[in-house]
Design a binder for this molecule. Structure first.
Ligand SMILES: Cc1ncc(COP(=O)(O)O)c(C=O)c1O
Length: 425
């Protein structure tokens, strides 16, 4: 099971080396290093299991690694079932296909002639889609342990590490607790008290990260990188730090694509709220795979939604202006650099200073005929309010920010799909 870096072409054998940060990445080389699993050659899975990590196991790289290492299909199911039972004990729920429904009242409010679909991730493990990303990583770690692969040597002597003070941190803490693995969380000084309390209740160790003189970028990410350099396992949701993290959320795209295929609709556009970019990257890749396997009649246009307060992806997109993406991956700093002004928004989960996974999102937008949309605060607030009133789904403003991108559309844009990605806490 090999991974390849889309920036420099380096390959990694996931049985021998972690497919997390590209081994060729060097500070200042200006290459956009992200490791991606080699594409699966199997047909689209057609199982009936309700746990997405069972139903869609065959394309997932940890499963392919497990099988290549001699573990049986039953051994995989046992690994998933064991973690699932532990998740139920820790969080009251394991992974199950989440609901997707047509929202006619919302479509009417938008003046749409076509259908509007909402995938509801508020009831997913830990209350957001983030847990999918990290379950993918945890399954890889468990396969290394169970199959006793070289990359798993002394694995349990290492702590997991993440930079986040929101949904990603909570998801990491729930999954780490379920796997009985110690976790360090790097958070900013203004992190919410309730999140801090939940992290502590889940047994995570918290480090508050003040900005140091002369530092640019997110101090939490900088401290997280230092901890990884000292041996911690990157357990965050940025593809640049852990290429494998993106893949777990392919399951979200697979669930949506399979359901659209079943009802015989291929949405014209998919509006996705973008912070670090792992969610949009995972959806672009997952939908592309489902489309290539004939599950969908066409690819929805990927529309990446950011707030005016912090829009590094839209900035990068404007600079790309038709340039070759392979070339762009070798000159990252021309397109992506930390947002200069401190951002603020009701949609606080999409205020990442950098869209770490910008390249894959740009590729997904190009391939599907999509683009970025930047929305103002009023639209973010309106989307949040409409979502609550017209769908009854208790999503946060970050979770409904994709809808904000769709609010400015004329009514004849075709059918659209949205993800209400996280619960209001
Ligand atoms: C609920 C929710 N939706 C969407 C996002 C954006 O995801 P990404 O950072 O992968 O772009 C986040 C990120 O924190 C989030 O918490």
């Amino acid at each position: 099971m090999h991974f390849r870096c889309h920036g420099c072409g380096a390959t990694v054998d996931a049985a021998r080396l972690w497919p997390f940060r590209c081994p060729q990445a060097r500070t200042g080389d200006d290459i956009d290093h992200v490791l991606m699993a080699e594409p699966p050659d199997a047909a689209f899975p057609r199982g009936a299991e309700q746990n997405p990590f069972l139903r869609y196991r065959t394309p997932l790289s940890p499963y392919r690694l497990a099988r290549a290492a001699g573990l049986s299909d039953a051994a995989w199911s046992e690994i998933v079932a064991e973690l699932d039972a532990a998740l139920v004990a820790v969080d009251g729920r394991g992974f199950r296909i989440t609901p997707m429904s047509e929202q006619t009242r919302l479509a009417a409010a938008l003046g749409m002639k076509d259908s509007l679909w909402v995938k509801d991730e508020t009831g997913n493990v830990s209350g957001s889609h983030k847990a999918r990303h990290l379950m993918g990583v945890m399954l890889y770690l468990r396969v290394l342990e169970v199959a006793k692969l070289p990359a798993g040597h002394a694995l349990r002597s290492r702590r997991l590490a993440i930079a986040s003070c929101g949904n990603a941190a909570l998801a990491a803490a729930v999954i780490a607790r379920a796997a009985d693995w110690p976790l360090d969380v790097f958070i900013p000084p203004d992190a919410g008290a309730a999140v801090k309390q939940s992290l502590q209740n889940l047994g995570a160790r918290i480090t508050v990260c003040e900005r140091r003189a002369g530092e640019t970028g997110d101090p939490c990410v900088l401290r997280f990188r230092e901890s990884v350099a000292q041996g911690a396992i990157p357990f965050g949701v940025q593809g640049t730090e852990n290429g494998l993290a993106v893949e777990g959320a392919h399951t979200l795209a697979f669930e949506m694509a399979e359901e659209f295929g079943r009802i015989g609709i291929a949405p014209d556009a998919l509006f996705v709220q973008v912070g670090g970019g792992a969610l949009a990257s995972a959806l672009a890749q997952g939908f592309a795979l489902a489309y290539a396997r004939g599950v969908l009649a066409k690819m929805p246009k990927l529309i990446a939604v950011q707030t005016a307060s912090c829009a590094p992806l839209a900035r990068a997109w404007n600079k790309l202006d038709g340039l070759d993406l392979t070339e762009a991956a070798r000159h990252r700093s021309r397109f992506m650099w930390p947002w200069e002004t401190p951002p603020a928004s009701l949609a606080s989960g999409i205020l990442d200073y950098e869209t770490y996974d910008w390249w894959a999102v740009a590729e997904g937008m190009r391939a599907s005929g999509g683009r970025p949309v930047v929305v103002d605060e009023n639209t973010i607030a309106r989307a949040h309010d409409l979502a609550h009133r017209l769908t009854g789904i208790n999503a946060s403003a970050t979770g409904t920010a994709g809808l904000a991108g769709a609010l400015g559309l004329a009514g004849n844009q075709g059918s659209i799909a949205l993800i209400f990605s996280g619960v209001e806490r």
